[in-house]
Ligand binder design. Structure first.
Ligand code: PLP
Length: 417
C-alpha cells in the first residue's frame, strides 16, 4: 500500500469536520465522495476571474471556452476516449435519458434492448423508456442472488440480431461486484448491438478504458471521484456523429456539444481538471492518461487492503449478513451488509451518532433489492471506502457495528415476560 494517506487527507478540507468533538469518517463515497482541494480551487478561481457564456469576443468568454476544452481533455484521459467523444450534463441519469432518446429513435417494433438486474436504475430506466416508445422488447440479464454476480449463462439467448443495445454496469454501486464485461461485449458485438457501460460506481476505484471494455457509450459522474456535481458521457465518434439528438436550432449540431443542452456547469467543469489531476498526482508516467491509470492502481491497492480487512472483520460479527461476492470475484471497496435485529436505517443512525457516515437503502439498485428480498425491510447498509479512508476509520466502523450487534444479542437473549 503506497498511498500516503496523511498526505491525501490534507487535500480534502471536509475531512477536518468534527461532530460533537468527534472526527467524522466519510464512508458514503459511493453516494458521493468529498471534494479535493484542487477541484474546489479550480471552481473558485474560475468564478473569481469572471464567468461568461461561450462564444463571446471577450476574454472571460475565451477563458470559458478553454475551461470546457480542458475538461473534455481530462475526462477523455480518465475514460480512454477522445476529447471529441466527451459530453457533459447535469448527471449521468440526465445524460442517459438524452442518449436513450437519441438512440431509441432508431429502434423499431421487434427490436430489443438488454438491461441487468444488478444495475443502478439510471442504466435501466432510460433504456426501458426508449424501448417502450419504440415498441421494442426489454430483456434482463439476471443476477445470481447467492453469488451477487451477473448470471451470464443465457447471454446467447438474450442477445440476438434484433438487440439494439446492451446496458450494463462496470461495477455494482449496491454490492461492489465488478462485472465481467468481456463476454457481454463479445455477445453484443457479434450480434451487431451497441453496448452502454455505466461506470459511475467504478470510476473512483478502477482504471477505465472505453475501447478495452468494448463500450460504445460510457457514463460516469465527477462527484463520485472527488469532483464537481456533473455527469460525463463518452460516445464512440462514429456513433456520436450519426446520433440525432434533441436540440434547439442555434446550438451546435456536431459532437460533442450537440448533446449538451443549454449552458453547462462552467464552474464545475473548471474544477474537473483538479479532481482528475488528484488521481494523476498519485501515479507516474508521461501522459495524463498514464498518470491517471497508475494513480488509480495506487488507489485500488490502498482501498482493497482496507476493504478486505473490513469484510473479514464484519463477517465475524454475530448476526451480520454480508452482501458481497465471494473471494474469486473482483470488487470495489464497497462493503454492504445487514444486521439482524436492526433495520439498515437503525444501523446507519447508530453509526452516524459515532461520526461514521454510512448509507442505507437500495441506492437505486432497486431490482437487486427486490431479487434479494430486502425491498420491504430497508435494503442494506453500505460502507464505501476511498483513498482518504484510514485503517482507524475501518476499525471504528467494525467496532461500532460489533458493539451494536452485541447489544442486540443482549436484548434478544433477555428472558421475555
Ligand atoms: C452505478 C451508478 N449509476 C448511476 C448513478 C446515477 O448518477 P447521477 O447521480 O450522476 O445521475 C449512480 C449514482 O449513485 C450510480 O452509483
Amino acid at each position: 500500500m503506497s498511498i500516503d494517506v496523511a498526505e491525501v487527507r490534507r487535500r480534502f478540507p471536509a475531512l477536518a469536520r468534527t461532530l460533537r468533538g468527534l472526527p467524522v469518517a466519510y464512508l458514503d463515497g459511493p453516494g458521493g465522495s468529498q471534494m479535493v482541494d484542487s477541484c474546489i480551487e479550480g471552481m473558485a478561481a474560475y468564478l473569481r476571474r469572471g464567468t461568461a457564456n461561450l462564444g463571446g469576443a471577450f476574454v472571460t468568454a475565451e477563458e470559458t471556452e478553454q475551461v470546457v476544452a480542458e475538461a473534455r481533455e481530462v475526462a477523455a484521459a480518465l475514460l480512454g476516449a477522445q476529447s471529441s467523444e466527451v459530453a457533459f450534463g447535469q448527471s449521468t441519469t440526465a445524460l442517459a435519458f438524452s442518449v436513450a432518446a437519441a438512440l431509441g429513435a432508431t429502434w423499431r417494433e421487434g427490436d430489443n434492448v438488454v438491461v441487468t438486474e444488478l444495475d443502478h436504475r439510471a442504466n435501466v430506466d432510460p433504456w426501458i423508456w426508449a424501448a417502450r416508445r419504440a415498441g421494442a422488447q426489454v430483456r434482463w440479464i439476471p443476477v445470481d442472488p447467492e453469488g451477487l454476480v451477473l448470471d451470464l449463462d443465457g447471454l446467447d439467448r438474450l442477445i440476438d440480431e434484433r438487440t439494439r443495445l446492451v446496458a450494463v454496469g462496470r461495477a455494482s454501486n449496491a454490492v461492489g461486484t465488478i462485472n465481467d464485461l468481456g463476454p457481454v461485449a463479445l455477445a453484443a458485438r457479434s450480434a451487431g448491438s451497441l453496448m452502454a457501460v455505466d461506470a459511475v460506481h467504478a470510476a473512483p476505484h478502477i482504471p477505465l478504458d472505453m475501447d478495452d471494455l468494448g463500450a460504445d457509450v460510457i457514463f460516469c459522474s465527477a462527484y463520485k471521484f472527488f469532483g464537481p456535481h456533473l455527469g460525463i458521457v463518452a460516445i464512440r465518434q462514429e456513433l456520436f456523429e450519426r446520433m440525432e439528438v434533441a436540440k434547439v436550432e442555434p446550438s451546435p449540431s456536431s459532437p460533442p456539444d450537440k448533446l449538451e443542452m443549454g449552458t453547462q456547469n462552467h464552474e464545475g467543469l473548471a474544477g474537473l481538471p483538479g479532481s482528475i489531476g488528484f488521481i494523476a498526482s498519485l501515479g507516474t508516467g508521461v501522459t495524463l492518461r498514464e498518470r491517471v491509470t497508475s494513480g488509480m492502481a495506487e488507489i485500488r491497492a490502498w482501498e482493497d487492503g482496507l476493504a478486505s480487512r473490513l469484510r473479514k472483520e464484519l463477517a465475524a460479527v454475530p448476526g451480520l449478513r454480508p452482501y458481497w461476492a465471494g473471494n474469486g470475484v473482483e470488487k470495489t471497496p464497497t462493503v454492504t451488509f445487514r444486521l439482524e435485529g436492526y433495520s439498515p436505517r437503525e444501523v446507519a443512525t447508530h453509526l452516524a451518532r459515532h461520526g461514521l457516515f454510512v448509507e442505507d437503502g437500495n441506492f437505486y439498485a432497486s431490482t437487486l433489492d427486490e431479487r434479494l428480498g430486502t425491498r420491504d425491510s430497508g435494503g442494506w447498509v453500505r460502507a464505501g471506502l476511498a483513498p482518504y479512508t484510514t485503517p482507524e476509520e475501518v476499525a471504528a466502523c467494525h467496532e461500532c457495528v460489533a458493539r451494536l450487534a452485541a447489544e442486540g444479542n443482549r436484548t434478544t437473549d433477555r428472558p421475555r415476560g
